[in-house]
Design a protein around this ligand. Sequence first.
Ligand SMILES: [Zn+2]
Length: 382
Amino acid sequence: MAYTVPKLKSFTPAALDKAAEKLLASLKLEAAAVKNEADWKVFRDRWMARKNGVLTEINDLWLKAAPKEAKREVGQRVNELKAAVTATVEKARTGVTIAPAPAVAKVGAVRPSVSVEPAALDITLPGNRRPLGAEHPVIKTMHEIVSVFRNLGYSVEEGPVIETDYYNFEALNFPPNHPARDTQDTLFIARQESKPQRDRLLLRTHTSPVQIRTMEKMKPPVRIVIPGKVHRNDPPDASHSPMFHQVEGLAVDANITFCDLKGTLDHAMKALFGSSVKTSFRPSFFPFTEPSAEMMVSCFICGGSGKRGSEPCRPCKQTGWIEILGCGMVDPNVYGFVDYDPKKVSGFAFGMGADRIAILKYGVDDIQLFFNGDVRFLEQFG
Ligand SMILES: [Zn+2]
């Protein structure tokens, strides 16, 4: 006669004891009768099914029906019974042979005679392999750039991604109406209209604020390299992303000249792209450097010829040159913000896009691939 959950007439501890005892005795009997996987499933469902299982029924017929003053006591008993049923059902499973894994059957592996229930442990099964991670290509490129400058004696500095207008623009000599201040380019944190402009928060548009923060806390000589994440309000496409990575550098000391800038960057490009690359500078404009320049390297993909076999070279647009970074001598106005004496010190700064360099190095044609998180793409760089 199969067990059915009775309605309780009394909720006294003695009555509860009696009811629990009956339930547990039936549980034990039914568990002992389980012989195979099909039996076990029936057994499990009879006791644990959400609908009409014994556990559901004791919840409804005992706990929910209990008078208010007995709820606490009954709740505790029901929880104990739940634990006992769950444990017994689990245990009953290890006693039955679950369908053997076909791989084992096929190769006819001899089961070692270990005194363990076969379903509990099959040492012939392969272990769980955890795939090894690898450095993301953009991070890897940043590390490579940083290590070139570390070898020249530069130290690494980092700063906040959420910056104030002061550090991102004002202290870097951006005049109030400079186009880069336009909200088209900058992502501002919302609801700050009540603050003075220089205190308003934004997502930094370049890593340059770290130059100011470092000069504020350090007297010359300064030689730093700054890797980091930056944001601009650019819609994503094959060559733009609202989030990207820069590596900047700054050197300030007595008697630093444009020749030092050229020599340092020429060395760095040869270290990064191979000793045969040439560098070339042309005038440019940045608010925080004067004079400013854009530096190009001879195309390390086509060797500067503009062609790959009979095909035109796309990365350099057949010119044989690739624009790689912006640079210049630190504008003397910037020193005024950090209490340096422009009559005594001079220096240079430079900055490059790590994502763009990774694109060139690895021949990737869409920047979005770096940030989609598709393992099939990323595992090629392991
Ligand atoms: Zn080329």
